[in-house]
Design a protein around this ligand. Structure first.
Ligand code: UDP
Length: 367
């Protein structure tokens, strides 16, 4: 049996790592990794392979940047050749990026079974490119591995056959659990001259926040003001650097400190000791929930509602007044949950990938 994994962007690398390892140790199946090249900077791609102990990809498609149509089409054309050459028994796709939907669509047309890891998440906001990728991938995937009950409910409501849905938990948390100890030895805090719990961490790259000059300018002005109370460390996504440079805002201002994107271990080291996290990332909402760290999400909606139910995550959208008041309230001690991990979301326990490997073994092993 031959399994092909398709990855292309930063969050994909964090998700594939435990699945790759679990399949290698629990099944006799051959594995092949295809990297589409959607993210290609060293600090958005290569460093993750080192930190996560992943082998080099077997195939590199080199699609690079472009519009959504260019990127999706380039992955499809290049990946179709790889599938025809390899003849896989199953293809695994991850998360919600353009590479995810492109690879799934190729497989559906070539009648190759597809497994979607992190299926069923919905923001119900079709202006988000990721939401389109999630909806389409889940309609054509044959195996849907969900992280939380809301994922199952969304899929059932959309008419997905119950037999295709497997709730396995959160593979991103598997990586966190495995590397948290290593991250605690990272020197990132001393390199940045920081003390534990005496700074905030910010990440921001969604089009809704960075593509409009007005929205980005308003957010930056608010963040600079907030950083007067607590330094804010901002590892800047390449997409956001471009926008900041256009705005002439690519320099640190006040205590808002702009740095290059960090490797996974360094970012985990930084995030796990932060007093508060501000983000529009999907994965970071989950990681802060696991770590019990207050997170203010710079989005009006989330495809990860369990993080809000947990109490760690608050959606502030682009409401700078709400962002300001929640930021100060948290610093004044208004966080009522237990900061010690594990914060207790069912199946977010470090073993989701093993459950995936066992399900694949049981099903493909019978064939
Ligand atoms: N991350 C990282 N370095 C950074 C910023 C984020 O390793 O400088 C990690 C973070 O811990 C999380 C993932 O990257 O696991 C989130 O990726 P991103 O925000 O790009 O994607 P999203 O989760 O929004 O799909």
């Amino acid at each position: 049996m031959k399994l092909v994994h398709v990855v292309g962007a930063r969050p994909n690398f964090i998700k594939i790592a435990p699945v790759w390892r679990a399949i290698a140790s629990l099944t006799p199946f051959e594995q092949v990794m295809v990297h589409t090249g959607q993210h290609y900077d060293v600090n958005m791609s290569d460093v993750f392979f080192v930190d996560l102990g992943l082998p080099a990809p077997d195939h590199y498609l080199g699609v690079g940047s472009g519009t959504h149509a260019q990127q999706t089409a380039a992955v499809m054309v290049a990946f179709e050749r790889v599938v025809q050459q390899l003849g896989p028994d199953l293809v695994l796709v991850y998360g919600d990026v353009n590479s995810t939907v492109a690879a799934a669509l190729v497989c559906a047309k070539l009648l190759v079974p597809v497994a979607h890891v992190e299926a069923g998440l919905r923001s119900f906001d079709r202006t988000m490119p990721e939401e389109i990728n999630r909806l389409l991938t889940d309609q054509i995937a044959d195996w849907l591995f969900t992280p939380s009950p809301d994922g199952d409910e969304n899929l059932l409501r959309e008419g997905v056959a119950p037999g295709k849905i497997h709730r396995v938990g959160n593979v991103m948390i598997d990586s966190l659990v495995r590397l948290l100890q290593t991250a605690s030895r990272s020197t990132v805090l001393s390199e940045l001259g920081l003390e534990p719990e005496d700074y905030a961490v910010l990440t921001m790259h969604r089009p809704s926040n960075v593509d409009s000059e007005d929205a980005l300018g308003d957010l930056l002005n608010t963040l600079i003001r907030l950083s007067e109370r607590l330094p804010i460390i901002f590892p800047v996504h390449p997409r956001t650097w471009q926008r900041l440079e256009t705005l002439g805002a690519g320099e640190a201002r006040g205590q808002l400190r702009l740095i290059e994107p960090l490797s996974y271990v360094d970012f985990l080291g930084l995030m796990s000791q932060a007093r508060i996290v501000l983000t529009d990332s999907g994965g970071i909402q989950e990681e802060t929930s696991y770590l019990g760290i207050p997170c203010l999400t710079l989005r009006a909606n989330t495809e990860r509602p369990v993080t809000v139910e947990m109490g760690t995550n608050t959606l502030v959208g682009q409401d700078t007044g709400l962002l300001t008041s929640r930021f100060h309230a948290i610093l004044d001690g208004d966080d009522s949950w237990d900061r010690r991990p594990p914060a207790g979301i069912s199946l977010w326990d470090g073993h989701a990938a093993e459950r995936i490997a066992r399900i694949i073994l049981e099903t493909l092993g019978r064939e």
